[in-house]
Design a protein around this ligand. Sequence first.
Ligand SMILES: Cc1cc2nc3c(=O)[nH]c(=O)nc-3n(C[C@H](O)[C@H](O)[C@H](O)COP(=O)(O)O)c2cc1C
Length: 414
Amino acid sequence: MNTSDANHLQGKRILLIIGGGIAAYKSLDLIRRLRERGAEVRVAMTQAAQEFVTPLSAGAIAGGHVYVDLFDWRTEFDIGHIRLARDTDLVVVAPATADLMAKMAGGHADDVASTVLLATDKPVLVAPAMNPHMWSNAATRRNLAQLVADGIAVVGPNAGEMAEQGEAGVGRMAEPLEIVAAVEARLVARHETAGSLSGRRGLVTAGPTHEPIDPVRYIANRSSGKQGFAIALAAAAAGADVTLVTGPVSLADPPAVTVIRVESAREMLAEVERALPVDVAVFAAAVADWRVAEPGAQKLKKGAGGTPKLDLIENPDILATVARCRSKRPPLVIGFAAETEHVIKNARAKLDRKGCDWIVANDVSPATGIIGGDRNSVHLVTRDSVESWPNEDKQTVAHKLIVRIAVTLAAAAK
Ligand SMILES: Cc1cc2nc3c(=O)[nH]c(=O)nc-3n(C[C@H](O)[C@H](O)[C@H](O)COP(=O)(O)O)c2cc1C
């Protein structure tokens, strides 16, 4: 794939389901954006959606019939709802109303939209849009959690002004181009990213750091380095010149990547600074926040002196140092946030605090098995949007991140 070329979605078939929300007008632009990238777009609309935009407008822009009635004998004998559900590469629901999300979570099938969603065997991406109170309602939270657990990808909603006067908060549908980027991340196959980062320099950090207590003991964490290694590999496969600075892990060097192995946070920072300038820096390492102020020069001994007292001091903040660096700040700085509670809220706060562009937030509470495991559930948090990706293997997460990076760098270069 060449990301400066507009035909990323050539040959891809997308079924767009439009729900009944004010944001339905943006879906007309979404159809146009998908088609200009080469996608073939079929459209189905709920009855409520037709109160906001007409099937005539959607059909004119999509260049085909719009499916609105489950019991329409003409369309049922022509393509039929089961074929509509299957003859596609991806189903996109935009806007996904609170009602439609509830129906999906509950497995309802009482109109063409919900029936197709239940009948499809293809991946589904939803772009929720609703009033902030509807979005934060416990029922919607439950339905969202169910959809994510069912493997459905979510883009947005964003924070901002609502259509209703005086209402603001999280609930605006993601912009059409953000939805297109999420579609591309989902559909563009691995081999198609080849060359999308050629001519770019990338820096990735991975693994834990080890902070010495004495010559044989250290403070560490459970990071395996798998996610960072997968990102470095995917970036190299996309043609980037990649430097991977990793803490101590038991993973082999990925091919075609310059690997620098370090122990401590301070060594990692020094190598990161040496690797600059780059076009994109991804900080996936779990850097220790603290180190022992005065590690023992010799092995600490048990003895009459009692237990040793370890004074901790703060380590340098590698992400913030690079994100706030004046002369060599990479155009795209991406941090990782490992959280055990309030994952998105904490990720947003981290984005502001560190001054980076995106945060990839993951829930690392022990029950998730993410730390050290082979799969990951992440939320991609940017300045004004949140995307929740389904639980996937770390290679898929890496690949999708690389697609997003390639598209973003290509757009910035225009
Ligand atoms: C003016 C107006 C705007 C609405 N906007 C939204 C919206 O943005 N999101 C939403 O979830 N529901 C919205 N609703 C409510 C839905 O239209 C309603 O729940 C409907 O039953 C959804 O049907 P559907 O899910 O089949 O499309 C709105 C209703 C009105 C009258």
